[in-house]
Design a protein around this ligand. Structure first.
Ligand SMILES: [Zn+2]
Length: 53
């Protein structure tokens, strides 16, 4: 089973990407450096839960 999550820019707080992972093999929070269009530079993006409803 895979879980979807947003990748949020730590600098401006925008959700720029959607990722998915297997919670059983990757229980810790996902963090990755990606390009943020709002910051116009590479920033750390952190996993955020997608709120449903
Ligand atoms: Zn940003």
């Amino acid at each position: 089973m895979r879980d979807l999550f947003n990748l949020r820019c730590e600098k401006c707080g925008r959700d720029n990407y959607v990722g998915d992972k297997n919670k059983r093999t990757m229980p810790e929070k996902f963090k990755i450096k990606k390009f943020c269009a709002a910051c116009r530079s590479h920033q750390s993006h952190k996993e955020q839960k997608i709120s449903k409803g």
